[in-house]
Design a protein around this ligand. Structure first.
Ligand SMILES: C[S@@+](CC[C@H](N)C(=O)[O-])C[C@H]1O[C@@H](n2cnc3c(N)ncnc32)[C@H](O)[C@@H]1O
Ligand code: SF4
Length: 458
């Protein structure tokens, strides 16, 4: 697949990432704990029926200036301990509303840097989860780790606790880039870490990179990816740096050093796609590259890929998501529910009332249908109207009326050979896949182009 920078420029507009539908900026404070409990109970009879658990550890030993995640600088052990205890209370309370015959098929630890806290805290939570839930033998148990703090003995312990997936945040292999963004590099050679993870049974091993950081050039990023390819991880993610200094003040410091301009960023993206595909990686979605025998590649080729706030997943591992910890988001068929973002307030709320829901969103039936359509486009690049109509017991015409199904909206995409459409379906072409967000935006009745509140699509 070759993507021209001319297309990239044309379609590089501000828009949602569609990790949820509607996007998180629609969440509101009218959603109360009582709504949450109602959703928890309802979730027992809804699809997907399995349970997916998200654990948020907000702590990081130091803060990378580019970071867009919900993090705080590492805390004293006693504070971490209170946080872990609060999460255990939250897990117990939430589980009391769930049908525990349902199996857990995914546990995802994100942050922050989950591996920066002591292993005993991780073990404590994992044992608590196991004491309440039944974990499927096929479950994916994953952690997002920073290799700056990852010891080989940690890998032993995590494997022993049942972890079988890991994502390592590399961002860039160049020391000068890491230095200006205030980030520590890997403690051990990444190839040795990846090899060791494999011997311990980890699969779907992922390396995260970001392009668009200060000092990066197309040549330097090519060199970084060359090193990544030599390590041969199962998955490589190249995030476009999301610059939102109005929301993340530390990012302003990067402006002072100087960020690569949009054209340079485009060149990096075009080069990366060509380089990773030439090395045998299959491009899925916007920024994910996977080896052909990886579960995600197989699901993608079979058009069975799914997606949640934790990223892409497969039908076997997806479940309704129950989030625990500060800022975590629960994702149910009928609603999203988000916890308080500031961790001290989260602890106080759990200690006072057992729950810490701050905001959320209840989806109407129409929004549930639009979400299914957006996910179908974002994950599999395919929308078959009859399938959606059958799923919701509606007519194809009714489905089309729910979205902006006006062929005029898609003329450019079609002329640029990014997709094709007829009365029965929309199919995104291989080279159109990185514009899936734009195509979803064209269908989305809630998307307002005038609102400049999102990061750019590329
Ligand atoms: C929670 S972090 C991963 C674990 C660990 N904290 C680390 O940094 O190694 C999740 C990923 O989000 C990505 N990320 C963070 N801030 C970003 C931003 N502003 N734009 C794009 N990607 C970002 C990084 O690639 C990072 O690896
Ligand atoms: S990128 Fe990772 S290590 Fe850096 S501040 Fe964000 S969450 Fe922490």
């Amino acid at each position: 697949m070759s993507v021209s920078s001319e297309f990239l420029n044309k379609y590089n507009v501000s828009g949602p990432r569609y990790t949820s539908y509607p996007p998180a900026n629609f969440f509101n404070n009218a959603f109360a704990v009582s709504d949450y409990i109602g959703e928890l109970k309802d979730s027992n009879t809804q699809t997907p029926k399995d349970i997916s658990i998200y654990i948020h550890i907000p702590f990081c030993p130091c803060r990378c200036h580019f970071c867009g995640c919900s993090t705080v600088i590492a805390q004293k052990k006693s504070v971490v301990e209170r946080y872990i205890d609060a999460m255990k209370v939250e897990i117990t309370n939430v589980s009391s509303h769930l049908n525990l015959q349902r199996k857990v098929t995914q546990i995802h630890w994100g942050g922050g840097t989950p591996n920066s806290i002591e292993m005993r805290f991780i073990r404590d939570i994992m044992e608590h989860i196991r004491s309440i839930f039944t974990i499927s033998e096929k479950a994916e148990i994953a952690m997002e780790c920073s290799p700056a703090y990852l010891e080989f003995s940690d890998i032993d312990e995590l494997a022993e606790m049942g972890f079988n997936r890991m994502s390592l945040g590399i961002q860039d292999f160049r020391a000068d880039v890491l230095k200006v963004v205030n980030r520590m590099g890997p403690k051990y050679p990444v190839n040795e870490v990846v090899d060791y993870l494999r011997t311990k049974g980890f699969r779907g091993i992922n390396l995260d990179f970001i392009y668009g950081l200060p000092l990066q050039t197309p040549e330097s990023f090519t060199e970084t990816l060359k090193q990544a390819i030599a390590i041969r991880p199962d998955r490589i993610v190249t995030f476009s740096y999301a610059h939102v200094p109005w929301a993340k003040k530390a990012q302003k410091q990067l402006e002072k050093i100087g960020l690569p301009g949009p054209e340079e960023k485009m060149e990096i993206l075009v080069n990366s796609i060509a380089q990773l595909e030439a090395a045998g990686y299959l491009s899925i979605g916007i920024d994910h590259f996977v080896l052909p025998d990886d579960d995600l590649a197989i699901a993608f080729l079979e058009k069975k890929l799914h997606r949640n706030f934790q990223g892409y997943c497969t039908l076997e591992t997806t479940g309704q998501v129950y989030g625990f910890g500060a800022s975590s988001i629960g994702q149910f068929w009928g609603a999203y529910a988000q916890n308080i973002k500031e961790f001290p307030k989260y602890i106080d709320a759990i200690e006072e009332s057992g729950y810490a829901i701050e905001r959320g969103y209840k989806l109407s039936k129409e929004e549930q249908i639009i979400r299914t359509i957006v996910n179908s486009i974002m994950c599999n690049g395919l929308l078959v109207f009859k399938e959606i109509a059958d799923q919701f017991d509606m007519t194809v015409q009714q489905i089309k009326e729910l979205v902006r199904f006006d062929p005029v909206n898609f003329e450019d995409f079609i002329l640029d050979d990014l997709m094709e459409m007829n009365d029965s379906r929309i199919k995104i072409h291989e080279k159109g896949f990185i514009f899936a967000r734009n195509i979803a935006m064209a269908l989305d009745p809630a998307y307002n182009q005038e609102e400049n509140i999102y990061s750019k699509t590329v």
